[in-house]
Ligand binder design. Structure first.
Ligand SMILES: C[S@@+](CC[C@H](N)C(=O)[O-])C[C@H]1O[C@@H](n2cnc3c(N)ncnc32)[C@H](O)[C@@H]1O
Length: 240
């Protein structure tokens, strides 16, 4: 993983006696507490090594403009999963300013390729600048439009498909994505616990779509799935 000058994380819990004291700074929106207990979540974030200048700037930008990036705790999972299966091709659905894309791109290394997709051209322009500064532009294919359509246009199989689009589309993404993964490939999805709403009664339309999606993941004979309850919940499914 390439590192430039290291910047401090946006917010760190401070150890005080036997307890973690509440951080003095306001938590960035992307941290999304609510699934794990707050002290445990704070502890996990306090363990994270500082990010380089580009990623730290993106985290600050996302917090300022309320861009829902995965944040560093989940980004590390993405990076680690790619390293674990020696992934060389990643198709990312919903890339925004490219924060998660950079973590994928650093994991696939030289010769790897990450497909950035987003519906907003302005996001893509901004992401390109970050990719250049992060030194990973050459391993990222940037396209704008509907990520589901863009995935359908690619005929190849991918090592990893990462799903972070509008949540109501998740069941449709399931049907499109699974056939496009190689055997042993990973289908990774963010926000599958939806701030805990998946466990509440009378789900709204968005929560119902996520519930249907999670059921599809666990019931599929083609996948073996686990939901990691970190931040807003990350589903990791390996294709059999
Ligand atoms: C949660 S953000 C992505 C954050 C990014 N994965 C990260 O962690 O850095 C979701 C993004 O997906 C885009 N999006 C949502 N639905 C989409 C679709 N069907 N096709 C393309 N982009 C979509 C939105 O414009 C938004 O920028």
């Amino acid at each position: 993983m390439e590192h430039g000058r290291l910047a401090r994380p946006a917010q760190q819990a401070v150890k005080k006696g036997n307890e973690l004291a509440k951080p003095k700074t306001k938590k960035p929106d992307w941290q999304m507490p609510g699934i794990l207990s707050e002290p445990v979540e704070d502890y996990l974030y306090s363990m994270l090594p500082p990010r380089d200048e580009v990623l730290a700037e993106m985290e600050a930008e996302a917090a300022k403009r309320k861009i829902p990036i995965v944040g560093p705790a989940v980004a590390r999972i993405l990076h680690q999963l790619a390293l674990m299966i020696n992934a060389k091709t990643v198709f990312e659905m919903g890339s925004a300013i490219g924060y998660s894309t950079i973590w994928w791109a650093r994991a696939v290394g030289q010769g790897g390729l990450v497909f950035y997709t987003d519906g907003d051209r302005k996001n893509a322009d901004q992401a390109r600048g970050y990719f250049e500064r992060a030194g990973v532009l050459s391993r990222i294919n940037i396209t704008t439009g509907d990520a589901l359509e863009l995935l359908s246009e690619h005929k190849q199989e991918f090592d990893i498909i990462f799903n972070d689009v509008d949540k109501e589309d998740y069941p449709r993404v399931f049907r499109l994505a699974v056939p496009r993964l190689r055997k042993g490939g990973l289908f990774v999805t963010d926000n599958v616990l939806w701030s805990g709403k998946v466990a509440q009664k009378n789900p709204d339309k968005t929560t119902s779509a996520i519930l249907e999606f999670n059921r599809l993941l666990y019931d599929s004979p083609d996948l073996f799935t686990t939901i990691l309850p970190i931040r807003d919940g990350v589903a990791v499914a390996v294709k059999r």
